[in-house]
Design a binder for this molecule. Structure first.
Ligand code: E4P
Length: 218
């Protein structure tokens, strides 16, 4: 499973990349706003300079033609830009045209397997089911991902599934277990992935035991 980071913060991306397991980046308008940025394109360019992996950048327009225009501008920033298009009927039209022109599209705000099927049929390279937001309303988000995996497998779609809206390490573990292609993870969760209290206790004991040994000179 590939690991993306879900952020528009350059320091977070640099640190996550330094651990050696980062495959890409996803952003969205809320993450760009959190950084206090009005110029999304400048930040997307900076992110693309930091990472060779796919970088998702979302359009702000809601109608098909303006979405396509904005998507082309985003795609021109760097060769690794993936355009994020919302899961609406206009979004599907835009996805179909952009994908036909060779622009990679990530269909976002996906909450059902039928939405994911439509996105794949419209040529999406990626589809982003939001598991945390589904969990919040009492629907098991990763069950929806399992359904999407089954449907894509039935019809041999090559659209990759990005498990999004990840809230905790268990989401990441389950996503890997069911065979999702990608998990996009906030920095706060990335930092928790490697931690376990028994690892910390075990290391403290090893260090304490080592400190008790008197070393001879030979
Ligand atoms: C994915 O591409 C989205 O940016 C993101 O995962 C949404 O997560 P949230 O539900 O925590 O806002």
């Amino acid at each position: 499973m590939k690991f993306f980071i879900d952020t528009a913060n350059l320091e977070e991306i640099k640190e996550a990349a330094s651990y050696g397991f980062l495959d890409g980046v996803t952003t969205n308008p809320s993450l760009i706003a959190k950084e206090g940025l009005s110029d999304q394109n400048k930040r997307i360019k900076a992110i693309c300079e930091l990472t060779p992996g796919p970088v998702s950048a979302e359009v702000l327009a809601c109608e098909t033609e303006p979405m396509i225009k904005e998507a082309r501008q985003l795609a021109a920033i760097a060769s690794n830009v993936v355009v994020k298009i919302p899961m609406t009927m206009s979004g599907l039209q835009a996805c179909s045209i952009l994908s036909g022109d060779g622009i990679k599209v990530n269909v976002t705000l996906v909450f059902t397997s039928i939405q994911a099927l439509l996105a794949a049929k419209a040529g999406a390279s990626y589809v982003s089911p939001f598991v945390g937001r589904l969990d919040d309303i009492g629907v098991d988000g990763l069950n929806v991902v399992e359904e999407i995996l089954g449907i894509y497998d039935n019809y041999e779609f090559i659209t990759e599934i990005i498990v999004a809206s990840v809230r905790h390490p268990q989401h990441v573990a389950r996503a890997a277990l069911i065979g999702a292609d990608i998990c996009t993870i906030p920095f706060s969760v990335i930092k928790r992935l490697a931690s376990h209290p028994l690892t910390d206790d075990g290391l403290a004991k090893f260090m304490a035991d080592h400190g008790k040994v008197k070393f001879s000179s030979h």
